[in-house]
Each structure stands twice: as structure tokens, then as C-alpha cells.
Write a protein that binds this ligand. Structure first.
Ligand code: SF4
Ligand code: SF4
Length: 429
């Protein structure tokens, strides 16, 4: 069994994982909010079903670990169930605890990447540059049989899903831009904008600079989300401690992150430091988390300063699950997007439903992910959107793939790009 958290922060305060799962009354009120239940109709693929599996596991009564592993691995961790649940049962945290209990060691690739993120980020960046170089030359497809033979089909799926390969990583892009530094904000670069979508990170810094004045790039390490979600809790804690220390040294400005999955995780750091002996880190994590802002929040509070782009065409917004269900950001992003889109804003049906991306979920559960994605793209097409705005890396990858496949008339952009473009056009940058 992999290490577990054992204790969770619930709506009722700190509880054991067993008490947390026992808060589920099995009412089923959350079922229709769950994309995997709606797509399959299977009780074991519903929040209630998953809670019961983890409860049986904790009681030592689980009789079918294979079925349990399937039910837990197909959870998108989207949190729509928690939002729907009157008791705010934290199903994603419970599912992760269940996965950790079922899992022996994590996959060696996860362990390796997690270790590189902790010990040798530059080494990981070198590997990424080599991979991108191969992909740009069209050679990555030749490596697919070898990756499959090596037990790494997830890398093949990633290669097929991801269409972009940046020529420069974010740190280099920001160094070239050499924007004036200041103390209005600290930019925490999540791995998505840093390694895959540097255009998002540069847009965020440009938008923050225009809206709030000069700030500083924290030059942080990974937030630890990957390690946390894939069973490497000690690595997640090591990365969290580093982020906290870096931010403490950098002053007291708000810490802004532009991938909502990362921002929500940064806000949840105190949960990593529960239990005896972690009091000092818990207090520091609480202070750190109180400073974290999703870039969405900055744009929302500056919505009055955002120029309207009246010729932007029909624009809609897709809720990142972690922004909506993790951070409770429903109206805030819409305030910002509507300020720019004006009359062109159209709310799409199912905007608040997961797109099926969910980190590596789309690479591992391709069929189920595609079923969820098809519904999402259908919603965007039904309002004839030309632009879909969102705020998580995983959503950017997944929606771009869905649009290529089902609705090529539209494009997906990150909210930072959307805001920065509007500011740039109005202010001539
Ligand atoms: S998670 Fe909440 S809404 Fe869903 S069955 Fe349990 S108590 Fe009911
Ligand atoms: S987190 Fe999402 S996919 Fe998982 S049980 Fe809840 S609603 Fe369903």
C-alpha cells in the first residue's frame, strides 16, 4: 500500500479518512452531476458508488479489488459531486485515498518524473526539449512501438493528444521579455504554462503587469500536484515546503498561478500537513495558501478595466473543474470574459461539466474521456461559439483535441491570453 494522508480537511473540519467517507449518506443527490455516471449509467462509476467502495476498503470488507480499482481510476477528480452534495463530501480526496490504498508502488515513470521534479528540474527540461525536437521533426511516431513495448502506452497517447511543442520554455521566454520587476505580485508558474504553453505564462505576466503594475516571477519548482495525485506524497510535501519557503523569502505579495488545477492545489496545501508533528508546516501552509490567487480572480476584480472587443465573435466559457469545484470560481471568470466579449458572450449548456481531460485521465481512459468530451464540444457548437475560454492546462489540451475532431470552427484559449490580447489591442502593446 502506498502512503495515505489518513486525515482530510472536510466541511466539518479535520477528520480521519473513514469519518470523511462516512459523511456520505448515500442519498444519490450527486449522481446526475457526475460525468462518468451520466456517460455510463454504472453505480460503481458514480460518487456514491465510489464512496461505498472506499468505505468497504477502510472497513476491510472489500471483496473485489479489481472492480474497485476500475471504479476509482475512472474518477475524473472533477469535484462536481462535492459541489452538488449538501454535506460537501470531498469525493476526490476520498477517491485518491482509495487509490493510494489499492496501489502498491506508483508506476516507475511517475516515480522518475516526480523525483526529477524534486531533485533535477533542469534534467527534466532537457528531456522535454529532446522530446519536442523529435516531435517537431515528425519522428515521435516512430518511437511509439518501442514505448508500447516498454509498457509506456501513456506516452504514446500523450504524443497523439498534444499538438503543440514550444520552441522555448517559459523561463526563456520571460527572460527574453525582460519586463520590469516589481512587488505587486509573484507569479507561480505551473508546469503546464511553463513546459507546454509558455504563451499562457507570458500572457499572464503581461496582463498582470498592465492591471496591477510590475511583479516578479517566483522561478518556482512544481507545485507537487502530479506527485500528490499519483501516489508520491513525500515528494508532494517536499515540493510544497519548497514553494512555501520560496514565497516566504520573496516577500508578501499575492502569489498568482494561471493553471486552475495548480492554483487549487496550492490553496489546499494545509491538508498535506495534518497530524502530529506537522504543526509548524501546517501554519506556514495556511499562511501561504491564503496568499494564493488564481489569475482568474485578478482579472475578475479588474473587469472594469478590461476593454471590450466588440468584434471578438461568439465567445463562451468552459469551467475548469478545479476553478469551479476546487476554488468556487463561477461568477469571477464570467465577469472577466463578459467584460471583453460584451454582447458576444454566450453561455453554453454544460459549461460546468468536466471536459474529460483531468490530467492523464484522457491518455489512460481514452474511450470514456472521449464520450465526456463529445458532449462538451456539442455544448459549444450549440451556441455557435468561435472562441472557448478556459483556465487549466488539461482543459486546453483536451478541448483543442475535441475541437480538431468535432468542431474545427472554434478555437480554445486560456483566459490570460484572452485578457492580454484585449489589453494589448486597446493599449497598443
Ligand atoms: S456524496 Fe453527498 S450527495 Fe452524493 S450520495 Fe453521498 S451524501 Fe449524497
Ligand atoms: S469527482 Fe467527478 S468523476 Fe469523480 S465521482 Fe465526483 S463527479 Fe464523478
Amino acid at each position: 500500500m502506498a502512503e495515505t494522508l489518513g486525515r482530510l480537511l472536510t466541511d466539518l473540519g479535520e477528520r480521519s479518512d473513514y469519518d470523511a467517507v462516512s459523511q456520505c449518506s448515500r442519498c444519490g443527490y450527486c449522481e446526475q452531476a457526475c460525468p462518468t455516471y451520466v456517460a455510463t449509467g454504472r453505480e460503481s462509476f458514480s460518487p456514491r458508488g465510489r464512496n461505498q467502495i472506499v468505505r468497504l476498503m477502510l472497513e476491510g470488507k472489500l471483496d473485489d479489488p479489481v472492480a474497485a480499482a476500475e471504479a476509482l481510476s475512472t474518477c475524473l477528480l472533477c469535484g462536481a459531486c462535492t459541489t452538488a452534495c449538501y454535506a460537501k463530501v470531498s469525493v476526490p480526496d476520498i477517491v485518491l485515498e482509495g487509490r493510494r490504498r489499492l496501489r502498491g508502488k506508483s508506476h516507475w515513470l511517475v516515480r522518475r518524473v516526480s523525483r526529477l521534479l524534486v531533485e533535477n528540474r533542469r534534467g527534466l527540461e532537457r528531456l522535454l526539449r529532446i522530446g519536442y525536437f523529435f516531435k517537431r521533426l515528425g519522428l515521435s511516431r516512430w518511437t511509439r512501438p518501442f514505448l508500447r513495448a516498454a509498457g509506456l502506452p501513456v506516452l504514446v497517447e500523450m504524443d497523439e493528444h498534444v499538438d503543440e511543442t514550444p520552441r522555448r520554455l517559459l523561463d526563456e521566454e520571460l527572460a527574453i521579455k525582460n519586463a520590469p520587476k516589481g512587488d505587486a505580485w509573484l507569479y507561480f508558474a505551473p508546469c503546464g504554462p511553463r513546459y507546454l504553453f509558455p504563451r499562457v505564462g507570458t500572457a499572464t505576466c503581461a496582463a498582470l503587469g498592465k492591471l496591477k503594475g510590475p511583479g516578479t516571477f517566483l522561478e518556482n519548482s512544481c507545485c507537487g500536484l502530479l506527485a500528490h495525485n499519483y501516489g508520491e506524497l513525500e515528494d508532494a510535501r517536499a515540493l510544497a515546503r519548497r514553494a512555501i519557503e520560496d514565497a516566504e523569502k520573496a516577500g508578501s505579495a499575492p502569489i498568482v498561478a494561471d493553471c486552475s488545477s495548480c492554483a487549487a492545489f496550492l490553496k489546499s496545501y494545509p491538508q498535506l500537513f495534518l497530524g502530529a508533528g506537522a504543526d509548524d508546516w501546517r501554519a506556514r501552509a495556511e499562511k501561504f495558501s491564503a496568499r494564493v490567487r488564481d489569475a482568474i480572480e485578478i482579472y475578475a476584480e479588474s473587469a472594469g478595466s478590461l476593454p471590450a472587443e466588440n468584434d471578438a465573435g461568439a465567445t463562451t466559457y468552459h469551467d475548469s473543474c478545479r476553478a469551479l469545484n476546487g476554488e468556487g470560481l463561477k461568477d469571477a471568470p464570467r465577469r472577466a470574459v463578459k467584460a471583453v466579449a460584451g454582447e458576444g458572450f454566450r453561455e453554453m449548456p454544460g459549461a460546468d461539466v468536466c471536459c474529460g481531460g483531468a490530467g492523464a485521465f484522457a491518455f489512460v481512459h481514452d474511450g470514456l474521456s472521449d464520450e465526456v468530451l463529445r458532449r462538451k464540444i456539442g455544448g459549444a457548437a450549440s451556441v455557435q461559439a468561435r472562441t472557448i475560454v478556459t483556465s487549466s492546462t488539461s482543459c486546453l489540451i483536451q478541448l483543442a483535441r475535441g475541437l480538431r475532431k468535432y468542431y474545427p470552427d472554434a478555437q480554445v484559449v486560456h483566459i490570460s491570453e484572452y485578457v492580454a490580447r484585449a489589453l494589448g489591442e486597446r493599449h497598443g502593446a
